[in-house]
Design a protein. Sequence first.
Length: 340
Amino acid sequence: MDRTFQPRRFRGVAPLVAIAAASALLVAGCSSSSGGKKAEESGSGADAGKAGTPRMTVALVTHQAPGDTFWDIVRKGAEAAAAKDNVKLVYSSDPNAGNQANFVQNAVDQKVDGIAITLAKPDAMKDVVGKATKAGIPVVGLNSGVSDWKKLGLMEFFGQDESVAGEAFGKRLNELGAKNTVCVIQEQGNIGLTQRCDGLRKTFGGKTQILYVNGTDMPSVKSTISAKLKQDSSIDYVATLGAPYALTAVQSVSDAGSKAKVATFDLNKDLTAAIKKGDIQFAVDQQPYLQGYLAIDSLWLYKNNGNYSGGGEQPVLTGPAFVDKSNVDAIAAFAAKGTR
């Protein structure tokens, strides 16, 4: 394994965004976790189109909560890149930042060839990221942490700027004539979710309220949103920060007898169907499949060709983009396969 990695070594290198071909839709063996438990499997049966480079081991550590389908899409992208690049992918997740840091430490102890992480709570990851880079293991970020990846010494970042996405969301609400919006945060302390609501509030011309819910307990999410809508009948839009919560919010609106409409961040196949039906007005898509794919592929490119996507200075943005009735049909087929 190359132990000469320095996070900022190639400053000034021209930006390179390496997006591999669609042949990546292969499935590799990987590790999985649910509720903080981790299992490891070696890849097999995915030789077609596989790179001829030496086998690598890459750890992907996220803050996925049980039942959050968004991360299934991230993982599919990572698996596709792993299959193409002859990478053994070790996946683990936990919404608890301390447990997430422990998974990264495990990867360092196992001397993996690369680590991809999310930075929902960057302060909790700072020390262990430092240990990884000190050990010469390249670390890239995805999804959460666009404001912190360089400060923590990560090599690259793939995702959307959540503040920019929130601002775009607020502008769209203005165009739709919304006056009173409640922004529902499913994980308190998650910096990316907070940035979404802060961005919305910055550009939205009406009233913005923040509502915290327990994202790991959907019945509680449903009842909390319903109670808020009953308390304030002037709320005309519910803004959720994930597809499962948007679908639950639709039920909350019905239960509360509210006339509020629902819009959201992020997609899944059920969400695209709800947009078609008119239950959801629009969604902001950050392309989670692409985030997972590029994160793993970038580590292969660094190992085998010394590449830095974004030149090691700029993030590679995968969003935001709006999905509504005008364009949902073009995306629905991919969402049905679980890749959008």
